[in-house]
Design a binder for this molecule. Structure first.
Ligand SMILES: Nc1ncnc2c1ncn2[C@@H]1O[C@H](COP(=O)(O)OP(=O)(O)OP(=O)(O)O)[C@@H](O)[C@H]1O
Ligand SMILES: [Mg+2]
Length: 174
């Protein structure tokens, strides 16, 4: 079973760039996108700025809804889930490194990495990870990206170190 399976995916929005007084016309941003990714595969989307990469990633994560087509994540059709269902799947299966980091500056690197575990929705029949387990996992991941010694609010650290902490966060999913 593919990890991600996309078919006939399209996104049309009302054109926000329409001049005042004009009716907003529909604008096709994504048209008939189809691909699948197996576990362990790596893919890069290399197209010009403004082509729709961020919109596509938002659709793959169920953060946004498509106008046409389907997205399946680990066999699950996102269209049949409500917002809470999509959030639960996202918390278990999807990790994002955002262009802007979305780290909480008043928390330490460790607390930022642990936060994702604390918000994680356990699968049916599974228990939430204990505080001690979450802490142990987060410490190991920060050590792996060379940030084992970081303490204090993250806002006090250089940009590169904040970026590395951001990279450690999605690995919690694996
Ligand atoms: N409501 C809207 N009205 C008009 N245009 C829109 C609307 N929503 C998104 N767009 C446009 O859709 C296009 C795709 O945007 P998106 O942010 O996904 O591009 P991107 O490939 O991620 O770009 P970048 O490489 O700069 O991150 C952009 O040109 C954006 O301006
Ligand atoms: Mg983008």
């Amino acid at each position: 079973m593919p990890l991600i399976e996309v078919s006939g995916l399209g996104k049309t929005v009302a054109d926000a760039g329409a001049t005042p007084g004009q009716a907003a016309r529909p604008l096709d941003i994504l048209h008939d996108i189809g691909f699948s990714l197996e576990s362990g595969e790596t893919a890069a989307i290399v197209v010009a700025s403004g082509s729709g990469k961020s919109i596509l990633l938002g659709l793959l994560a169920g953060l946004d809804l498509p106008s046409r087509g389907t997205v399946r994540v680990m066999g699950q059709d996102l269209a049949v889930l409500d917002e809470d269902g999509r959030a639960a799947l996202r918390s278990r299966a999807i990790g994002f490194v955002f262009q802007s980091f979305h780290l909480l500056g008043h928390l330490t690197a460790l607390e930022n990495v642990m936060l994702a575990l604390e918000l994680r929705v356990p699968e049916a029949g599974q228990h939430k990870m204990s505080y001690a387990q979450a802490r142990e996992r987060a410490v190991a991941l920060l050590e792996r990206v060379g940030l084992g010694e970081l303490s204090g609010p993250l806002s006090a650290h250089a940009l590169g170190r904040r970026a590395a902490a951001c990279g450690a966060r999605p690995r919690l999913r694996h």
